[in-house]
Design a protein around this ligand. Sequence first.
Ligand code: PLP
Length: 482
Amino acid sequence: MKNYHLTPEQFREEGKKIIDWIADYYENIEKYPVLSQVEPGEIKASLPEQPPQKGEPFSQIMHDLDEKIMSGITHWQSPNFYGYFPSNTSFPSILGDLVSSGLGVQGMIWATSPAATELETRVLDWLAEMMDMPEKFKSTSTGGGVIQDTASTSALTAVIAARERATKYESNKTGVRQKLVAYVSSQTHSSLEKAIKMAGIGSENLRMIDVDDQFAMRPEMLQKQIQEDKKNGLLPFFVCATIGTTSSTAMDPVREIGEICRAENCWLHVDAAMAGTAMACPEFRHLKDGVELADSYCFNPHKWMFTNLDCDVFWVANRNELINTFSILPEYLKNKATETGAVFDYRDWHVQLGRRFRSLKLWFVIRHYGAEGLQFHIRKHVEMAQNFASWVRESDDFEIVVEPQINLVCFRHKSDDDFNMKLMNTVNETGKAFFTHTKLNNRVVLRMSIGQTHTEERHVKETWQLIKATAEHLLKNRKAKN
Ligand SMILES: *Cc1c(COP(=O)(O)O)cnc(C)c1O
């Protein structure tokens, strides 16, 4: 019978070439400009407007990948990528993801692939153990973990579950009728505001609590705002504390915030998207002090734990609160295993129904590195960030803006904001390194985020030299002009 598919034999052949292509990419990654240099629309214009009528050979597709796509790639896996936050991956993760694609499993409920559910449950219990998380986050207790696509989705899931708990599971039926109020800090990730909007709470009912000089939420201001809202007849229901804010890795005081949440009956969600990975090392665990007071907690192995997008770990203290919120059981999904209650059906733990076998890549990563290997590389990243910070401190022209807690250094040239922006853009335009900025107290701050899989001391050192030399050069030009 005629068909257009690749045969397994052809797949074997093309697949091996692609593995080679990826290995070559990593061998040559430092030769590419880290930040893509294309103009808006350039990639699209290089691609035909009409789809192909006839299928094309793989060699042609790979040729165009090299010729048309690669120039539009910003190389997040480059050892000289220091922008935003890491989004690192690793060879074990890539291979685990490939196996997941190969199996093509739809793991929406236990029955649609028992291993997809049970491996996920086991691996997230492992992680809870490895990071010394409270017992209640484990599946063997009242809670458990589920893999979400992103921290943003975890935030949405937490807000909706909190909404339902606060309204005794009424809002799901009647819509949100009570005036619910949520609390974040002015440094909280924007995904929380998005979640509040999407969950029907309304951004007017989101309070941004002030932060201290280290950009951490001030618990006494939270307490005060909650009292005021209660006095006005509103119902406080949700607080998000962040371990490691996106802008500056600020650490909210989880214990103090958690105690307020317990007293006020608010859901506490802890967002540790990037910094959560550090909990693999005992010496950073003081940063999560009080986490046993949380109702939910998330972190992204797809940021700093050598696991490619998408992979966000979401733990809850009480899984029934999720299931009571999200469970839907249409006739066509009814089955014995679900009816007996002996299994987890992860579609009841989040927004989506269909789900990839994401735990495979995490399983590959954890088994390849072991707790020891992960700790080793996390510590290396932190050490490199600390070294970078020490060079900044030693220089006459630059200063540290906030003391780095882990792997992000916030610094600036002592000159003005314009100069700092110019410095950053000039360095980034060289293609040799890429870093980004933020604003703290209304001043431009440069961010060196260290966490790419293959970043070594020499990369960080060369980048510091480049930043310093570029600053001197710009200063000289400026003087010459004046
Ligand atoms: C990066 C980040 C997010 C968003 O992560 P996604 O997985 O892309 O949704 C949320 N919170 C914090 C603190 C982050 O650093």
